[in-house]
Each structure stands twice: as structure tokens, then as C-alpha cells.
Design a protein around this ligand. Structure first.
Ligand code: FE2
Length: 281
């Protein structure tokens, strides 16, 4: 018998401002949900108002984890202190392993129009926090949309779906990251790896999570934290429903975080500050 993952908690993101004043919605990494091991933060940025995003994210450091940017609309230019530079276009994903340290900027490559997407922070285990920085960055052609069930389309960013596998690889947390589109009444059932932390964040329309009388409705702007089980079952409750479904292996290690540094101990945090200030990133 299949045990469907239940909704443990349902919550809304909180309006927040980051970078040089970019308006966004923080969904994970708030007082109500500080983290969901191994996920440290989830921001949704989505606006048609240039004044909400023009300030961008000027030069700032990261150490000890990974930042994952998934663009839906708009263009974002990134540059780092190692000479890497590129523009993220709609449908592109940048999975950046900051490791022992990177200093970068993320600035809008547009002055008008819609900017929309997600940034997810994924923790690294102690043994890999000081690894060499690296990028897995691919354009939309590497994330084709596939029909996975009647009325269900999936963009596979990381993890397995049937006989397909997403372009992103990260053995440490074995992430699954799917962007799903569901018609009203369409059903998606999928066995996420057992033991992984998992969440669904709906950004358009609504879904029912679960089955029958136990199903919980989750609508746009709401995050569902999923409990243990063999599979997740989602049913579209509105036309044109869109959501991200994300899962990862929990690290179960102490988290010491301050701003853009995420380590295991306070001493390592202090070292991160010292190294950054001394220009050792
Ligand atoms: Fe950043």
C-alpha cells in the first residue's frame, strides 16, 4: 500500500527586501520556518514594477552552501570575483556551489517588464563547505517541458522522473526540483526519495495535496511542507496551476548562519568574516 506524503504545515511567504532593496516574498528562512533541512531559504521574486527589482543584488559574498536561481521571466546578469559572468534568461537555472567562498553580483538586465523566479539556498555538508566554488548553469534548452501524465507538464531541473534525469547533479543532498503545470482535475503522482525533506510551493492556481477526505488545498502563494511517505499526489484545482516541487536529503548537522555565510559552528562563521574581510574569497 502506498502511503501518500501528508501536508505537515501550510504557510504563506512574508514580504521581504534583500540586496539593494529588491522586493520579494520569503517563503523559507523566516521566523515561522527558519529552514527545512537541507533547504535554508526560498525567495520568490515576481513583479511587473521595475522599482521593485532595479536595485538588484550588488556585490556580496557567500560561503558554505549553494544558491539556486531559477528564472521564469526577465533577465539577470551575474558576475563574480573569479571572472565568471553570464545572463540568466527565462527558463534558465544557475546552481552555484559557493563552497569556500565567492563574491558575486546579480543585477537585472532590463529596465522594464516582468521579473519573476525563485532563489533557493541549499546547505552543504560539513565535509564540503570549503570545497572549490563551481557552477552548474544551463539555458532553457537543457530543461525541456515533458508531458508526464494527462494534463501534467513538468520541467525537470534536478532528480529523476520516470526514465528522465534533470541536468543538475548534487550527490550531497540528492535534490529533486520539478516545475509542474497542471490542468484543472489533472493528477500527478510521484515517488520522491524516502527520507528526503520535501515541499511544494504553488505560484499560480491551486492544488489538492493528498487524496480524498485527507487532501489539503494549497493555493498560489502558499507553501506545503510535506511529511514522510512513499509518494506525493497532486491534483490541479484550477486551470493553469503552476508549482515547484522540491525535495532533498537532510544533512542533520548543526547550522550556524549569519547573512550570506552558513557554517556548522560560530568559530567557522567568525573565520568566514575574517577571510572575506581579508580578501581571501
Ligand atoms: Fe548571491
Amino acid at each position: 500500500m502506498t502511503l501518500l506524503r501528508p501536508v505537515l504545515r501550510k504557510l504563506r511567504g512574508m514580504p521581504a527586501s534583500d540586496g539593494a532593496g529588491v522586493k520579494l516574498r520569503r517563503v523559507i528562512g523566516t521566523p515561522q520556518l527558519p529552514d527545512l533541512d537541507p533547504f535554508l531559504m526560498l525567495d520568490e521574486f515576481g513583479t511587473d514594477r521595475p522599482e521593485d527589482y532595479l536595485a538588484g543584488f550588488p556585490s556580496h559574498p557567500h560561503r558554505g552552501f549553494e544558491t539556486v536561481t531559477y528564472m521564469l521571466d526577465g533577465r539577470m546578469r551575474h558576475k563574480d570575483n573569479r571572472g565568471n559572468e553570464g545572463v540568466l534568461v527565462p527558463g534558465a537555472v544557475q546552481w552555484m556551489t559557493a563552497g569556500r567562498g565567492i563574491v558575486h553580483s546579480e543585477m537585472p538586465e532590463q529596465e522594464e517588464g516582468r521579473m519573476r523566479g525563485f532563489q533557493l539556498w541549499v546547505n552543504l555538508p560539513a565535509a564540503e563547505k570549503m570545497t572549490a566554488p563551481r557552477y552548474q548553469e544551463y539555458g532553457p534548452d537543457r530543461f525541456p517541458e515533458v508531458d508526464v501524465a494527462p494534463g501534467v507538464r513538468a520541467k525537470l531541473i534536478a532528480g529523476r522522473l520516470g526514465d528522465r534525469e534533470g541536468a543538475i547533479r548534487q550527490p550531497a543532498t540528492d535534490p529533486n526540483y520539478f516545475d509542474l503545470g497542471l490542468d484543472e482535475g489533472a493528477v500527478f503522482t510521484h515517488a520522491l526519495p524516502a527520507g528526503h525533506s520535501a515541499f511544494a510551493y504553488v505560484y499560480e492556481g491551486a492544488v489538492a495535496v493528498g487524496e480524498g477526505a485527507d487532501a489539503v488545498s494549497v493555493s498560489a502563494g502558499e507553501l506545503a511542507v510535506l511529511g514522510p511517505g512513499d509518494a506525493v499526489r497532486l491534483t490541479g484545482r484550477a486551470a493553469g496551476t503552476r508549482l515547484i516541487l522540491v525535495a532533498g536529503r537532510p544533512l542533520r548537522e548543526p547550522v550556524a548562519r549569519y547573512g550570506p555565510f552558513v557554517m556548522n559552528t560560530q568559530a567557522e562563521l567568525r573565520q568566514a568574516f575574517e577571510d572575506f574581510q581579508a580578501g581571501r574569497f
